[in-house]
Design a protein around this ligand. Structure first.
Ligand code: HEC
Length: 122
């Protein structure tokens, strides 16, 4: 029994430090993501994800359009895992900061990743 508990504890430790979170496979709650996006992201990325938020429009580099531009991470085919990493870790040299400290729930960051991709015009 004690060994079982130890294995469980080690397993939990390993999962909390690894990048194993499967954002692609996560079923996103887009309604929740919209609320979070409005609070945390709209000032720069704009309501439509076009980069024309009240602060974003004056930035250099300006946030690209999630709808029509290629992504830095993933080019023409960004996916939820790549976007999740960008949201968590930020982009050096830009105003895009790491959100893993501010938005601690990885499911919420993952919801946001799916929300970002929902802007894309295919
Ligand atoms: C202070 C302004 C600001 C805020 C707030 C902000 N971003 Fe960004 N974001 C940027 C800038 C600037 C870039 C980089 C410009 C570029 O190359 O697109 C960027 C880049 C990104 C990218 C990278 C796209 C790519 O090209 O790979 C994603 C995804 C993203 N932001 C999502 C978010 C999400 C989700 C939030 C809210 C949790 C958020 N951002 C909040 C300014 C901001």
């Amino acid at each position: 029994m004690r060994i079982f508990a130890l294995v469980c504890a080690l397993g939990m430790m390993a999962s909390s430090v690894s990048f194993a979170f499967d954002c692609k496979g996560h079923k996103a709650d887009l309604a929740r993501a919209k609320t979070s996006f409005t609070t945390n992201c709209v000032s720069c990325h704009g309501e439509k994800g076009d980069g024309n938020g009240p602060a974003g429009q004056y930035m250099n580099p300006k946030p690209r359009s999630f709808a029509t531009d290629d992504f830095k991470s993933g080019g023409k085919k960004p996916n939820a895992d790549l976007v999740f990493t960008t949201i968590s870790k930020g982009l050096a040299g830009t105003a895009m900061t790491a959100f893993e400290g501010q938005i601690k729930d990885e499911k919420e960051r993952c919801d946001l990743a799916h929300y970002v991709l929902s802007f894309r015009k295919k």
